[in-house]
Design a protein around this ligand. Structure first.
Ligand code: G3P
Ligand code: CA
Length: 289
């Protein structure tokens, strides 16, 4: 009996992660179920057995790297410090022009999200990347889970340089230094739609695993040429992806991890095509294989 108990206690937490033979990535944690890019969203994703936590980065004016999809307070998900709404086209609550203390005054968990009605609602703030790692790693250790990987997106655009975020070299150096201090690199992928970020990382930190994010999966030859090197991962919006493209990309030595796949049926179809992972807002819908 004692032996069975021992096996159950030590084996069960591992079994959670053994459900998936592919890289199941919780998008913004588990955006379908919890407020996006928050610590509770990451914990929820871990409870559902994801192998990787996907998240986005922004920077405050005092140089704190925070977890946020937009470099401003998005009116769809955040409330002003006085609890009132922000217009959805109002981009003036610019995180790069705020101190971290100012960022903490906004609630980004309580407002119902029209696109994700199953989200549990509670008061919460945008976390710093450092706080998120600390809480997630503590949860993993306390619950004896397999440590997750992190798919970390540097969000930048040429028009936003110096206005909404640092230019790619400064943004990348800041993120690299923080990650270098806090995590093992074999648990990290840096992803970006901004090829300037990927090119800078490739040149400056050639050992870091990179994922190129693209909208159109049908144009990978042109996109790879534009990038100028082969990243570890090709990560497209999923609808235009085909089995043939996946096979060609594999032949070239790239993994294929599409986003953001939110139905079991679509996930099954992509897995049948041979993708290496799935990025989803709903890790609870992922097929167990
Ligand atoms: O990881 C891919 C995915 O996050 C890209 O889209 O806009 O949700 O960051 P987005
Ligand atoms: Ca992202």
């Amino acid at each position: 009996m004692r032996q069975i108990l021992f096996i159950l206690i030590f084996w069960l937490p591992m079994a959670v992660h053994a459900q998936f033979s592919y890289d199941l990535q919780g998008h913004r944690g588990a955006r379908g179920l919890m407020p996006e890019n928050t610590i509770p969203a990451m914990i929820k994703a871990l409870d559902l057995g994801v192998t990787t936590l996907e998240l986005d980065l922004a920077v405050t004016k005092d140089g704190i790297v925070i977890v946020s999809h937009e470099p401003w307070m998005n009116g769809i998900i955040c409330l002003k410090p006085d609890g009132t709404s922000i217009d959805k086209d109002d981009y003036s609550h610019n995180i790069y022009q705020m101190s971290y203390q100012e960022v903490l005054a906004y609630d980004c968990g309580f407002k119902p999200h029209p696109g994700f009605p199953q989200q549990v609602k509670f008061h919460t703030r945008k976390p710093s990347l450092q706080d998120l790692f600390q809480e997630v790693e503590k949860y993993v250790a306390d619950h004896k889970l397999v440590p997750p990987n992190y798919n970390i997106e540097i969000k930048s655009l040429p028009d936003g340089d110096g206005v909404y975020h640092p230019a790619p070299p400064d943004f990348s150096d800041l993120v690299y230094a923080l990650l270098h201090e806090l995590l093992e690199w074999d648990r990290v992928t840096i992803q970006s739609f901004d090829f300037r970020v990927l090119q800078y990382f490739h040149k400056t930190y050639p050992d870091v695993r990179l994922a190129m994010l693209v909208e159109n999966a049908g144009k990978f030859e042109v996109q790879l040429k534009e990038l100028g090197f082969k990243p570890a991962i090709y990560s497209p919006y999923y609808p235009a992806l085909t089995a043939e493209s996946v096979a060609i990309l594999h032949e070239k030595g790239l993994k294929v991890i599409p986003w953001t796949v939110n139905s079991t049926e679509a996930m099954e179809k992509l897995l049948d095509m041979g993708v290496d992972g799935i990025i989803t807002d709903y890790p609870n819908l992922a097929p167990k294989k």
